[in-house]
Design a protein around this ligand. Sequence first.
Ligand SMILES: [Zn+2]
Length: 706
Amino acid sequence: MHAVHLLGLIFVLLAVSVEAQQNAVQSTNNQPAWMASSVSKMETELTAKYGEPQKTRVQRGLQQVSEFWRAEDGDAASFEEFVRNNLAGDQASLDTMFKRYEHLLEQLDGHMHEINREFRQQQDLDAGPVLSFDEIFAGYDPSAHIIDDFFANKLAFIVLLNFPLTTLDQRLHEGPNWSRRQWAEVRLGQRFDKRIPADVNLAIAQAGADADAYIAQYNIWMYHLLDNQGQRLFPPKMRLLSHWNLRDEIKSDYADPQNGLAKQRMIQQVMERIVTQTIPQAVVDNPQLDWNPYTNEIRPAAAKDSDAGGKPQSATNAREPDTRYAKLLGTFLASRKADVYSPTAPTLIARRFDEDREIPEARVQAMLEQVVSSPLVAQTAKLIQSRLGRPLEPFDIWYNGFRPGSKYSEAELDAIVAKKYPTAEAYQKDIPNLLMKLGFSSERAQYVANNIVVDPARGSGHAMGAEMRTEKAHLRTRVEKTGMNYKGFNIAVHEMGHNVEQTFSLNDVDYTLLKGVPNTAFTEALAFVFQGRDLQLLGLPAPDEKAEAEKTLNDFWGTYEISGVALVDMEVWHWMYDHPQATPAQLNQATVQTAKDVWNRYYAPVFGKKDVVLLGVYSHMIDSFLYLPDYPIGHMIAFQIEEQMKKAGSIGPEFERMAKMGRVTPDLWMENATGKPVGPEALLQATQRALTPVTAARPHGVAGGD
Ligand SMILES: [Zn+2]
């Protein structure tokens, strides 16, 4: 077991102070009774052995190991022997340890990913039928138990003994002064900054799966909605999943000049009944009942469009008994079990913001509020109102009339693309050429192209990067028998953007422990840079100023909508942490109140109506563990990166420079990329600029309303 036995003389102190570290790691869970005296004994012994200058580091290592050591890891004698044998006591020993861990973890990640990719191949690629065992292979994750294994065999404890654990506060405030090596050490430490017992992980997975299953069957049978005149507004067999399909139906109803408005109002009413849980339980996913969502009357379906669903005669209009909030509460109570095992981020809220996003919650909140309270909202709303020719209604938070438009029809574009790319191989061959059109030198274009493999996708397409340098990134693209179509090309260009980022951020980053980007919003933003230039890549003119402006306003209005949704999500998680004993009924009340409060503050002044609860309808709120703030942050990041690309002119070298930064904090990455931390200013400035050409020009191509 003594894989690493190191002796040494001189040691250089790391930048992280013991004091800050002790603040970071303060929780205690099931620590053996002998721990305190063993720690103090070993501190004296090791400081005597390696010298006073290393005292701070010895203290930090002991503190970190003791925090995670449990009785089953060994008694006092084994703890002391472990520490004695595994402290890298000088810089040379530490360098050796660092390099080997970095190399071996890259191999581990890379090969695990390789197995995953191969196991998913039949499901992901257009390669014949998927058999039942293929699905089991695809669902298997060989890396699921690595963290447990590394604590059991003590490889994790060796990291904790020798490398720093950090808080977000340290990464934000000290991080800009760290060397790249220090950053790599910090990421190494973070791999082992929590040791969540298997039963807790299982409970979290179970609560998530329960909530997912609840959401996945939450359909509304639209043909069975009756208005106050007893009329059916929607066609037979239309089954819409809450909230995605309901929201998208509101969007497409702008194109229905006859019944669009009545349909949109009715869907809003349905959504409100879901949020408040005044929806009759019996109508959920049930085509055997007709329902008037205004009066809440139900009756056996007078017209039949499906055999699905329960028996109508047994149904009453008893409301859904707060199941929605029971599921949400379930995810909270399960998440909370992990708190005590996660000393540097002891709540789900902290894990989301401090670890996953690495932007403090207070800053995210301020950025969202900056968007929803921007004076540009009222200006954009005025424009929408004039296009619709009526006062805004609450569901207009999903207005979809900002459309870039195009000089070419989809059919014309399909023909151009199909001729150029009859097969996936034709696209693969053209990658260097496409990259050169984006400003990469021929040498860089060839280099990146050599690291991308194009595969025929079963679905619409996706990008799958590698996790070690000897592997390649995979671009999965859909090519019909008649050749690639425009939609497929547009997606392929997006996925190629991911692959280019994945190649630079793995193969050209200085430490593989820093591979990747800060979070998914960054890789998406970089992929959008490519996707937004797909017409130029076909040799066609770029979208004009007007089309760009329409796209910007669409993004701004979407960010305004989703920022409010995210604010509700955040507030509700705080409420749950403040009221851990709450019942589903109390959580219902609190969520409804929060949705109203956020609406009244930022939306009521624009829409002229108070106490609307629509911001509480997103299904992510129930099953996605505080995920929603990722969406508005993603929009902001995309605008920042796009603005920098425009400033730089040539995309290639700028893209490579950005992507090589690797996985540091979002702010540090963005400072390096654009000179500014993450924030909404680029989005707001672009919106300001977009309002000018759009309001000056006559509206065109707007579906419905005008
Ligand atoms: Zn993407």
